[in-house]
Design a protein around this ligand. Structure first.
Ligand SMILES: [Zn+2]
Length: 260
């Protein structure tokens, strides 16, 4: 972890970190913070705008939310809070009602404010939103791109995934910071590699399927295992559980069938 932080600080020297036992707080700029609970790995953004604080993807869990709320108060003081979600899955929207009950306003995901631009795509879910925060040059992409998991392009298929990545790459500039739904922030260069690795993965699964291999054979294929490891950018000893690896092959096969 220390090494990862060190590398990140070299890549993004403007990022500063403050860790509490319960939450990792990353300062992206004076107007943008990234908050992650110690026991829940969704990336939550807190952006300062002229109307108040925009909270992106508050994670679920009463205790997480109490800590998050306290952190926001410490960073920005008492301000009106608006809530936005990259998509509707519970790990990204489970904290909405906590803030709404406390007076926050839940925004429709199609906002186009001076400070924040929204782009709607379909890749991980049927309604994915990409949020570009201009002043911090950061792009919140939800689960279109996770840096601690394999790709999950299950709603839009490969075509939806490619257009979602293209939409992300069109925002900001070459120095934009990409904030994934889960995992460490990264760059457009890394996102391009992820896109290529995903396309390599799909074409290899497709080739093996066309050569007559079944799921049980594909899962033991050396080339497939090698490509899969390219998604393990944090070099974890066990990247994902075997069950998740097999399910990813199954879902990829289903996507290949859908695309035919
Ligand atoms: Zn998620």
């Amino acid at each position: 972890m220390k090494v990862v932080l060190l590398v990140m600080l070299c890549l993004y020297p403007f990022i500063s970190l403050a860790a509490t036992a319960e939450m990792l707080v990353t300062k992206l700029s004076d107007e943008a913070y990234l908050l992650k609970s110690a026991n829940y790995n969704t990336n939550t953004g807190a952006l300062k705008t002229s109307r108040g604080i925009v909270l992106i993807d508050p994670m679920p869990g009463e205790n997480n939310l109490r800590v998050l709320s306290k952190q926001l108060n410490g960073i920005y003081g008492s301000q009106h809070i608006y809530v936005l979600n990259t998509h509707q899955h519970d790990d990204h929207s489970g904290g909405n009602s906590y803030f709404v009950n406390a007076g926050a306003k839940l925004l429709s995901s199609t906002i186009d404010w001076a400070e924040i631009k929204t782009v709607e795509v379909k890749s991980h879910s049927s309604a994915d939103n990409i949020f570009f925060h201009r002043s911090s040059n950061s792009i919140f992409v939800g689960d279109i791109y996770d840096t601690d998991w394999h790709p999950t392009f299950y709603a839009g298929g490969v075509a939806g995934f490619v257009s979602a990545v293209d939409a992300i790459l069109e925002l900001g500039d070459e120095n934009s910071l990409i904030i994934p739904g889960h995992g460490k922030p990264t760059s457009k260069e890394e996102l391009k590699k992820f896109r290529q690795n995903t396309l390599d993965w799909v074409s290899e699964v497709k080739a093996l399927k066309e050569s007559g291999l079944q799921l049980s054979e594909i899962q033991h294929n050396e080339q497939i295992k090698k490509i899969f490891q390219r998604f393990n950018v944090e070099n974890r000893a066990v990247f994902v559980p075997e069950k998740a690896f097999i399910r990813f092959i199954e879902r990829t096969l289903a996507e290949i069938d859908n695309a035919l």
